[in-house]
Design a protein around this ligand. Sequence first.
Ligand code: GLP
Length: 256
Amino acid sequence: MAASTLAPVADERIIVDEDYGQVCDRVADLIATLITAKPTAVLGMATGSTPRGVYERLIRLHQRDGLDFSRVTCFNLDEYYPIEAASPHSYHEFMNRVLFSSINCRQWHVPNGLPRTPEAIAEDCLRYEELIRAVGGIDLQILGIGRTGHIGFNEPGSSPFSRTRLVHLDAATRRDAAAGFGGLENVPTQAISMGVCTIMEAKQIVLMASGASKAEIVRAALQEKPTAEIPATYLQFHPNLRYFLDEAAASLCLGT
Ligand code: GLP
């Protein structure tokens, strides 16, 4: 695998590859190695365009090399609210389309986006956390990063102690999602997201970012003092986290 030809990064948590495909190869290999060593591994999954290449590779590893997901459990970070699971815009449907319909994973969970009372939502959020705990916690959490510095849907202002809950989406996040929904007015204003604390409890975290549009927020996530204004900065406290970046996304933190 060709690593980046740019100046080496001093920070060993940062792994830079030339392009997006190589980043995905590396992350898919990491996941395959984990599942081979621990067939009952618990994975935290992310949506967005960034992890899609990893999911394509996992499908290939399953179909071509027999990578077995039958005892793996997956938990997705978040879901829009309100939304029907079967909606083409739901994260449930996205995950089914880009990964789960093509592998043999039987246990995969996405927060429930169906409209219901605040009490019912709070109860389901607690249950989501309990489900994660019941299988021993998340072994490896995949994360993308939003332009606002959000992880999952933990928008600016999120507490480091937050857990799975109903959240309001930032205007910038909704604008970024507008094209997929056929217009800003169709983008839900809320979501259900694992909290910062839920994410930080994962034993290992892999944050992926690709493209120049992510360079500034990646730099901020790595270099700014941890702050609620950029929730991804909290990840600096995680003892087993690596940032898998292509050169464009890493361009503002190289040489630091
Ligand atoms: C959404 C998801 C995040 C994801 C982000 C970035 O907001 N809730 O989990 O990291 O989008 O998406 P992309 O990878 O498409 O840039």
